[in-house]
Design a protein around this ligand. Structure first.
Ligand code: ADP
Ligand code: YYY
Length: 237
């Protein structure tokens, strides 16, 4: 090894692994993308992967409530995630899945599919491989990152917010809908939280060593700043 290479190896900061978990609408995606872009890290949306595999099941006529059928098909679709935080991508068998994974049909089915252990094993392996390959590090967001996928992460964050605030944020994304949709949005969020927290295999849960941040009264910029500060503290520790 030349002197220059040895010096670079000694001075380059170690890759930093950050896990951000929490229920829907707490700000995981927006915060993770912004933090990763600011710090030059990769970004992985594991929820998009669960949505992508759900979309494939629906498109291929698999009954998402038949756990055995879902388990049998778990290894079939090829899911590829692009981890550039300024332009994350997701494909299923080579087809762009970014649009179709956000439909109501997928949102309603994703909790059932993601409760199947074979699905979780497959995606957990994929997520660990992606994290291991990130040169400077990565921000990975989901439901079980701190507890199961990356238990040795350098920093674990658990975002929360009131159901009212989360529903208002989600409704704000659904332009042109009527005001009554707010109650329906909140009911759907609470139902999905319960399914995701209640499943047997790696449920939505805060890791014992995660830092909990309640975002109800914070702006997105404040949450981003808070996470960036926590990462810098860990790096300099
Ligand atoms: N602290 C915040 N205050 C207000 N709106 C927020 C905040 N954090 C996120 N949002 C908005 O709420 C919506 C849901 O955020 P998102 O990052 O997708 O949450 P999650 O990934 O946890 O489901 C987005 O429209 C986002 O811009
Ligand atoms: N690590 C993860 C990430 C998501 N999931 C499941 C449970 C979630 O309801 C769905 C969708 O996740 P996603 O993060 O896209 O959900 P929202 O952006 O909050 O609507 O995937 C999971 O089981 N484990």
């Amino acid at each position: 090894m030349s002197d220059t290479v040895e010096t670079a190896a000694r001075t380059a900061p170690a890759a930093v692994i950050v896990g951000i978990d929490g229920p829907s609408g707490t700000g995981k995606s927006s915060t993770s993308k912004a933090v990763a872009a600011k710090l030059g890290l990769r970004y992985l949306d594991t929820g998009a992967q669960y949505r992508a595999i759900t979309w494939w099941m629906l498109s291929n006529g698999i009954d998402v409530n038949d756990a055995a059928a879902v388990a049998e098909a778990a290894g079939k679709p090829e899911i590829v995630s692009g981890t550039d935080p300024s332009a994350p991508t997701i494909t299923v068998d080579g087809a762009d899945a970014a649009g179709p994974i956000r439909t109501q049909e997928v949102t309603s089915a994703v909790s059932a599919v993601s409760a199947v252990p074979e699905i979780r094993t497959r995606l957990t392996e994929l997520q660990r491989a992606i994290a291991a390959e990130a040169p400077a590090g990565i921000v990975v967001e989901g439901r079980d990152i701190g507890t199961t996928v990356l238990p040795d992460a350098d920093l674990k964050i658990f975002l929360t917010a009131s159901a009212e605030a989360r529903a208002a944020r989600r409704s704000g994304e659904l332009k042109g809908k009527e005001a009554t949709d707010l109650a329906a949005t909140q009911a759907a969020l609470v139902k999905r939280d319960a399914a995701d927290s209640g499943r047997k295999t790696s449920p939505l849960a805060k890791a014992g060593d995660a830092v909990e941040v309640d975002t109800t009264e914070l702006t997105l910029d404040q949450v981003i700043e808070c996470v960036v500060t926590l990462i810098e503290e860990r790096r300099s520790a």
